[in-house]
Design a protein around this ligand. Structure first.
Ligand code: GRF
Length: 211
């Protein structure tokens, strides 16, 4: 019997271009995975619309509907479990996961960040702020990082990184655009490596096993 594709539970807060790239790769057969459910803390996130259009279950879990962070995260966890997600993919998800959720999916949560971690990351570093910080610092190279998620922000073992040159006339917007093109490729590559069982975590290092 053919192996079942890896089931992804994707958490989003915004426009969902990374989600779109993952769905497109999966549909084209370039990724041995299927998006099982998309969950958003933002009910009108465009990412949910993208999922619905693709016929994928899309659920809004607004934070304000829950008394505390733990209850809110438990609701998300329930959706991930009921859709039998094997891997949780954070794709522009702006909230910090509860320890319970991280523990429940230990070693099975990925995030993407639009810089070369450990530069320009951590709490509050998201969106245009990341790219503006890179420009303000004057780095010549920025990029993208896909990493496993631990009980802290942007600190888990790094799976893949891609460098993106910074041009003299870059604005936060133009740099973000160029980094985003890389994001759309590298996230699916990381998920594919996970699907193939080729990611071996040794402390902070993630070794990529041969195919
Ligand atoms: C991306 O830049 C990603 O690296 C960061 O949030 C942004 C999400 O963009 N975590 P999109 O919603 O996938 O278009």
């Amino acid at each position: 019997m053919a192996k079942q594709p890896l089931r992804l539970g994707v958490l989003v807060s915004g426009r969902g271009s990374n989600l779109q790239a993952i769905m497109d790769h999966a549909r084209r057969g370039a990724l041995d995975a299927q998006v099982a459910v998309v969950v958003s803390d933002v009910p009108d996130a465009y990412a949910l619309e993208r999922a619905r259009r693709a016929g994928i279950p899309a659920v809004a879990v607004p934070r304000r509907d829950y008394a505390g962070k733990d209850e809110f995260n438990r609701a998300i966890l329930d959706h991930l479990r009921s859709h039998e997600a094997d891997l949780v993919v954070l794709a522009g998800y702006l909230r910090i996961l509860s320890n319970e959720l991280v523990d429940a999916y230990q070693g099975r949560i990925m995030n993407i960040h639009p810089s070369l971690i450990p530069a320009f990351c951590g709490k509050g570093m998201h969106g245009a702020r990341v790219h503006q910080a890179a420009l303000d610092y004057g780095v010549k190279v920025s990029g993208v990082t896909v990493h496993f998620v631990e009980n802290d922000v942007d600190t888990g073992p790094i799976i893949l990184q891609r460098a993106v040159p910074v041009e003299d006339d870059d604005t936060a917007e133009t740099l973000a655009q160029r980094v985003l093109l890389q994001e759309h490729q590298v996230y699916s590559e990381a998920i594919q490596l996970f699907a193939e069982g080729r990611l071996k975590v040794e402390g902070r290092r993630v070794c990529i096993l041969p195919a």
